[in-house]
Write a protein that binds this ligand. Structure first.
Ligand code: ADP
Length: 169
């Protein structure tokens, strides 16, 4: 029997956007099972609750049968071990992400030598995308429909109200 190849893609997903989705689609083709895990980080204020964030990711990934969406408050490597996975996936947008991600990956390696971090380069179409910039745009009721899945768009409209018009004017 061959082992099931599992990967965990952790993040805040506040909310999930097309850059995240692109990564999820690519890794779902590389692994037998992908856990997209919404982490509840006490030091990071989020716009959406963990339940809201998870349900947006869940709705946006319905077309990917090997993707499971979970939530965790735990230390990442402890969570990954509990799921019998060996790979943590992180997305890299630019050099800006690198320092932090490098430090985070080395710390995780030190705590759990059997677990590897796999970095996936952003699709250049989405390299400028972040949940922060999307929330900023949505707070001005700009149209973000080309940047996020429908579930996130709906969630943002619930929080901030509907766009004024399609050109953001
Ligand atoms: P975190 O708080 O863990 O950084 P995020 O939800 O912001 O959570 O991001 C989750 C993961 O997705 C991170 O690895 C991040 O680098 C990656 N990511 C975020 N935006 C993009 C993007 N536009 N393209 C590719 N990866 C991205």
């Amino acid at each position: 029997m061959t082992a099931v190849r599992k990967a965990v893609y952790p993040g805040s997903f506040d909310p999930v956007h097309n850059g995240h989705l692109d990564v999820i689609e690519r890794i779902s083709a590389m692994f037998d099972e992908v856990m997209v895990t919404v982490f509840v980080n006490s030091s990071k204020a989020s716009l959406f609750s963990a339940e809201e964030r998870s349900s947006m990711v869940r709705e946006a990934t319905l077309h990917l049968p090997n993707v499971r969406v979970e939530q965790s408050h735990d230390l990442l490597v402890r969570y990954v071990r509990s799921r019998h996975a060996r790979v943590i996936v992180r997305g890299l947008r630019a050099v800006l992400d690198f320092d932090y991600e490098f430090q985070f990956a080395l710390m995780n390696k030190r705590m759990a030598p059997e677990i590897d971090t796999l970095f996936i380069l952003t699709n250049e179409r989405y390299s400028y995308l972040s949940s922060t910039i999307i929330k900023e745009l949505a707070s001005y009721r700009a149209d973000v429909s080309a940047l996020v899945p429908l579930a996130s768009e709906r969630g943002l409209v619930d929080k901030f109200g509907k766009e004024v018009d399609r050109n953001g004017q």
